[in-house]
Design a protein around this ligand. Sequence first.
Ligand code: AMP
Length: 609
Amino acid sequence: MSIDPAAELPFFYGSISRSDAEQHLKLAGMADGLFLLRQCLRSLGGYVLSIVWNLEFHHYTIEKQLNGTYCITGGKPHCGPAELCEFYSKDPDGLVCTLKKPCLRPPDTPIRAGLFDSLRDNMLREYVKQTWNLEGEAMEQAIISQAPQLEKLIATTAHEKMPWYHGKITRMEGERRLYSGAQPDGKFLVRDREETGTFALSMIYGKTVYHYQILQDKSGKYSMPEGAKFDTIWQLVECLKMKNDGLVTTLREACVNGKVAEKTPNLPTTRRPGQNGYTPPPRVIGAAIKAASAVPADRDVLPMDCPEFNPYHNPNEVRKFNIQRNQLLIDEVELGSGNFGCVKKGVLKTDSGQKDVAIKVLKSDNEKLVKEEMMREAEIMHQLSNPFIVRMLGLCNAEHLMLVMEMASAGPLNKFLSTHKDTVGVETIVNLMHQVSVGMKYLEEKNFVHRDLAARNVLLVNQQFAKISDFGLSKALGADDNYYKARTAGKWPLKWYAPECINYHKFSSKSDVWSYGVTMWEAFSYGGKPYKKMKGPEVMRFIETGSRMDCPAVCPERMYAVMKECWTYEHEQRPDFKKVEESMRSYHCSISNKAKPEGAAATAAEPIK
Ligand code: AMP
């Protein structure tokens, strides 16, 4: 389910009517400045702010703009509904008064789902299922992590596969299709208007066909001449089924386009599945990026476009723990190094083809301790399978002990960001850090603690796809335990550690949350070094006195607020990853631009018959 960016606001009621809003305000006492927020049906993605002043109700529409900001007509833009309400609580800026007292949603009143919420959610699911051939957990993960991007894709292309969409046909041909067969009132189709790049709606009423031009404003929103504006054609159509908005009657039965109906899939596909599901592109060294070549040029590569998202989709490809030496080609190229030895690039040959891999090679097989460490890491990784966690493919015991992992060819997050400052925007960082929170939520659910979460251990498959790596310090907690107690302190990354780790050697998902906050700080500082030149003990004193790192220069306030929550001193009060992921998702959704591509033409508001 996609989360409404206002969902976490206690004065947000969802899709309630104006009169319901007034009823809630009445029950709450009608004080001046009493307010609530509700979903707006007229402007999709928008809201209505309902305020009491002088015992009267005032309702203000908040529109979602093309660039993803929110504003009341004539007012200043804000990055989310929360920021907007906060602003108006300090400055009336044209409203009847400042927002003084939130009219809180009673605990037994859930947020009311909007008309399009379930439609959009179902459509999103169908889209993911058909486009990437994902199901079950993999589908859920794709939707959770990429909802804003997916909604945007659907918004711009979904109508193309609707049964009522007939593409580029003439007005005459539209009439011919409507007159063929039964001619009930409200039978309709949508067509591309010749040469204009705009759409027309044709419908039957009293055995006569009427044609209406669908208008599109500068920001790309669609409407009928006297009606509400919508982000997508299909939402406009859905609304016209309920309300005629100036048409001779409401839309009823779709005049089915035979061509669309023939194709069972109801939605556009960007990649064709093979006979047994998705056919992966050929895998050779460097294929991670090449896999994206099936993606249309006008959009970013999504994690699901990469074979690394769901590598075990083919049920015949069982994960093998033991890899034979002759299945491996090891490149001389070193990807990095650590205590145990180095990580090399390579290729794994499997029944279904070749796959780029990263191979952790143990430097000295004589060192029992290091070998045990690597085996423990393998044991942990073997139990994990999530798109946002580097997967282990197996172990190979040959000239050295080797741990074979899927490849994340764009390397560590901190290095990537420090070398791509000019091209990577804040929205990308929010997207990547949200993915990390999805991966960490999975670890939390499985009762694993990572103990070394840091930007250096978040590896990128590409600019849009992050994976958590390095499970060298990780522990699986017992079913009844919620923390791991280290007997002795080791070579620990103190700057990333929560106070209870340092003071009591206690590690839990909550202490991983603290590290997540530091990782966020690194990310929003484009790979900056946390706590500057301070040494570990100085950092401890700094934290104990209640100080925390400052907000990085380009970091949005809401992201800094999440960081600070992650740095709550007492672990009992610190949020868990379930909560952190929700906050990241909600912010990610609120800043993502769901509008259409630039250049959509504005047209005159005039019906064509
Ligand atoms: P580690 O000791 O696991 O942190 O690995 C050391 C370095 O090797 C990392 O910082 C990365 O640069 C590189 N590396 C490790 N695992 C992978 C992987 N799966 N894909 C690409 N590079 C990796």
